[in-house]
Design a binder for this molecule. Sequence first.
Ligand SMILES: NC(=O)c1ccc[n+]([C@@H]2O[C@H](COP(=O)([O-])OP(=O)(O)OC[C@H]3O[C@@H](n4cnc5c(N)ncnc54)[C@H](O)[C@@H]3O)[C@@H](O)[C@H]2O)c1
Length: 365
Amino acid sequence: MTSQPTGSPHTFRIAAIPADGVGKEVVVAGRAVLDALAQRSEGRFAFSWTEFPWGCGHYERTGRMMDDDGLETLKDFDALYFGAVGWPTVPDHISLWGLRLKICQNFDQWANVRPVHFHPGVVSPLRKADTTELDWVVVRENSEGEYAGFGGRNLSGRGPGNEVALQTALFTEAGCERIIRFAFELASTRARRKVSSVTKSNAQQYGMVLWDETFERVAQDYPDVETESVLVDAMSAKFVLHPEDLSVVVASNLNADILSDLGSALAGSLGLAASANLNPERRFPSMFEPVHGSAPDIAGRGLANPIGAVGSAALMLEHFGLPDEAARLQKSIEATTGAGILTRDVGGDASTDRVVEALIDNLAL
Ligand SMILES: NC(=O)c1ccc[n+]([C@@H]2O[C@H](COP(=O)([O-])OP(=O)(O)OC[C@H]3O[C@@H](n4cnc5c(N)ncnc54)[C@H](O)[C@@H]3O)[C@@H](O)[C@H]2O)c1
């Protein structure tokens, strides 16, 4: 663990958890851009970083994805800046539950906000993006649903081929209500005041019907916000065919996870997508991370697109109450992609470092 304490009252204390694969590269990138931004702030704010070496390497060394007292250590930070977790040497359910989900669930980061930005200079596979302004946010329920972790495996004693597994989704009315209300509040701040609720309530008749009914009830408190309820299969088609009709899309843990990857692929690459895991009550630190995983296929080669991680840093600045600085970071991202300084995943040949260099230069614009 390395730390650089500072005494400034404007210093934000951030725990960096790069974890695995390209997570390490994009966290270095995001930190460099944030530190450059702080340097240009003329002493108004600074970041004090503490880095934690948790992830699959730590698991191989210690048998644990994070230290036993890790949550206790993290809870006093102003925010967590996360890379990505997962490596082929450790089963994915162990790495994910041992670190990222452990943090999200214990810190009650129940709102996962995933904006989909279409960047200048990045060719979208969606033809509509050539002629239409596209801009939406996926709001993901991040504390229960299909990722509640309830269930079990049994009957393996009966011999090969006979094991049974149960994976139970948890839907509480309070859990549905808080994320749906969050989505309406967010929609109320946007140019297009619309919330699209996504379920699969025709087939999943308990939890998802509770979600639908809660959505209808909460919607009555927001008469100025347009609404629609769409089944997840139809919504995946709508992402492609009518993306201009979306503003805020709210869905359960699994459905929103899938839809947000679809959204970032439509914007050009998974490497572009940012995300915030928020504890809106601020009882615990919130966590900011790119949507993508550890990308073992390109890790360690300087090919990682840092824009998802830098966009996540912009969401962290908003959370810190620095909207102008967040906007400055977004502007720098747009100037960089607009100038054609792009990594390989979005059709360019720039290295991660080259993109970071351009992002820092473009902070001056
Ligand atoms: N939040 C997380 O920590 C998270 C999310 C998803 C997957 N994972 C884990 O990551 C590992 C790999 O999973 P996966 O391959 O399904 O998904 P992935 O997101 O790591 O990769 C999918 C594809 O996107 C590309 N990609 C991802 N990030 C990129 C970036 N920054 N720049 C350029 N290209 C990028 C990869 O090269 C790959 O082709 C697994 O262990 C998985 O469990 C972690």
